[in-house]
Design a protein. Structure first.
Length: 267
């Protein structure tokens, strides 16, 4: 079953990568990368469907095998996404670009595997939900403001990081709901960070540096979820020097991607 779980997770990563590449291709080609405009683009909607399939396969894989096998397979989406995006834009990814992506993926695998598993139910009081939304919202706004004065690659990274922070907050809230904290206003609050994250991500994609934005998203999302888990849910944090090395790898790989991934022109 472990081999099957890894295979399902790997296929899920491929679908997720395809969906992200399709959405970026449409966002960078749109005169106005607003969500309402993109919703009228069939290829962007196809990308969204592909992402949903990828997420569904990831959930199936988690039911078939251990987290330590499934999660690293999810990181492979970055390695799939770069060649797919490059093909859509009529080019071939360079070796340096793929090498930088591999460095990011290696660091992410390390971070994912080093996060201690939580034991016991996940509970969050209403004050905690307000803290979750307030902190993630403030961080997202600060990152968005910083992106306005950054270079194109920096702008893509900061906007995608803003999206990742909001997606991390969404994931934390979903975990609380799945664990049994069924409060109606928790459900009402859930779409707010999710929609804002989606809007911010399309703005990051529209900048043109797909590798940078996708890598930044993949880094910010789980790290934010881990941080909120420790801050609000009392979950343990990884310790030792290895997490520091893994984080340094992701940072170095993202910087290398910013230097090697070309700016995609509007089509």
């Amino acid at each position: 079953m472990t081999v099957l779980a890894a295979a399902v997770a790997l296929v899920g990563s491929l679908f997720f990568a395809l969906g992200a590449a399709l959405q970026q291709f449409e966002a960078v080609g749109a005169a106005r990368p607003g969500l309402l405009a993109l919703l009228r683009r069939p290829r962007w909607l196809l990308g969204g469907g592909s992402i949903l399939v990828g997420g569904g396969l990831h959930i199936v894989a988690l039911g078939l095998g251990p987290l330590t096998v499934v999660q690293p397979m999810g990181v492979a989406s970055l390695l799939f996404a770069l060649p797919i995006a490059a093909t859509l834009h009529g080019r071939r990814p360079s070796r340096r670009e793929l090498a930088a992506a591999a460095v990011v993926a290696s660091g992410l695998v390390g971070l994912v595997l080093l996060v201690p598993e939580s034991d016991g139910p996940t509970r969050l009081e209403p004050a905690g939900v307000l803290t979750l939304l307030g902190v993630s919202g403030a961080a997202a706004v600060l990152l968005w403001a910083g992106s306005r004065a950054a270079s194109p690659a920096g702008r893509a990274a900061l906007l995608a990081t803003s999206s990742g922070v909001l997606y991390g907050a969404t994931a934390t809230l979903v975990r609380v709901l799945v664990d049994g904290a069924w409060n109606w206003w928790y459900l009402l609050a859930l779409p707010v960070p999710a929609l804002l994250a989606l809007m911010m991500l399309q703005r990051a994609y529209a900048v043109g540096h797909f590798g940078v934005s996708f890598a930044s998203l993949q880094i910010a999302d789980p790290l934010t979820a881990v941080a909120f888990g420790a801050l609000l849910l009392g979950e343990p944090l990884p310790t030792g020097v290895v997490p520091v090395v893994a984080a340094a790898l992701t940072a170095a790989g993202t910087v290398a991607l910013a230097r090697t991934t070309p700016l995609e022109a509007r089509h």
